[in-house]
Design a protein around this ligand. Structure first.
Ligand code: GRF
Length: 202
């Protein structure tokens, strides 16, 4: 299976996928990354892709007349690589109708909180501020909402009294990277069905 991964930052989730595919081989893992896209230049996630010899592309909102044009351009840039599965690994933009029309049902996102709690761009900060005793991460299919699509898997992380946002986020990311690698491999190898809010992996 062909994966396109979308990033916006450090790309450690991308790196976890790259390392696992390197370790087990694309055949046994069931997928390989064919390209990495971003919404901004100069991020470590793109540098990781370049170090791995992967094609990269950048679609910046400000380069387009409006949001729809950006969304259509991103959809085209992804489609050029003919992915079976698209993975948002810290991609910090909400995609629109065009993108979902083409990749809905095969577009997976990872979020650093236990959805439906704490959706949006500050899930770690919000859980901490709320006083949650456990939080975690969620891998889900992307639908037309924000972090509202069918949940595939979740991992739980204890919140510690001494945690600040970055310490907690780092601990979440340790679980998140393993969860994403495991889920993407299973989706790629086994195939899956989405039945309403349920995801059935064969
Ligand atoms: C991840 O925790 C992701 O869930 C969140 O931002 C982080 C991205 O980390 N949206 P990285 O870029 O994969 O290191």
């Amino acid at each position: 299976k062909r994966l396109v991964v979308l990033v916006s930052g450090s790309g450690t989730n991308l790196q976890a996928l790259l390392d696992e595919i390197e370790r087990t081989g694309a055949e046994s893992y069931g997928a390989r990354i064919v390209a990495v896209g971003a919404d901004r230049d100069g991020i470590e996630g793109l540098a990781r892709a370049e170090r791995a010899g992967l094609p990269t592309f950048v679609c910046r909102v400000k380069d387009f007349a409006g949001r729809e044009e950006w969304d259509a351009a991103l959809a085209r840039a992804v489609a050029d690589h003919e992915p079976d599965l698209v993975v948002s690994a810290g991609f910090m933009k909400i995609v629109g109708k065009e993108f979902l029309a083409r990749f809905g049902g095969r577009f997976v996102n990872t979020h650093p909180a236990l959805l439906p709690s704490f959706p949006g761009a500050h899930g770690v900060r919000d859980a901490l501020a709320y006083g949650a005793r456990v939080t975690g991460c969620t891998v889900h299919f992307v639908d037309d909402g924000v972090d509202t699509g069918p949940i595939i898997a979740q991992g739980v992380v204890e919140v510690r009294d001494e945690d600040d946002e970055s310490a907690l986020h780092e601990r979440i990311k340790e679980v998140e990277r393993r969860l994403l690698v495991e889920v993407v491999g299973r989706l790629a190898r086994n195939g899956y069905r989405i039945e309403g809010r349920k995801v059935v992996i064969q």
